[in-house]
Design a protein around this ligand. Sequence first.
Ligand SMILES: [Zn+2]
Length: 102
Amino acid sequence: MAKRAGNVRALALERINTLFNEANSEFKIHSERSHRYVKIILKLAAKSGVRIPKKFRSNYCRKCKIYLSSGANSKVRTRKGKLIVFCNRCKTYRRMLLKPKV
Ligand SMILES: [Zn+2]
């Protein structure tokens, strides 16, 4: 019961990284598998309180929870330092700051 919270989060983050990499490599052959990975990732993140790493934020759709691959099922554009990700399935787009000021 006395699990260290930090440890759980580190493990979750590691799994999220691995799953995203696998989703990426599976996408061309088994895109449905990639979409399933995203669902697992989002569940994992919600459970552990881990935020999805920035480098992966344009790789999934928050609305329909699918894996997004630019050019295949999504469009990624940059404009004025913002990244615009368009999901071809639910036709929504999200804007993200490319380089947030620290
Ligand atoms: Zn979508």
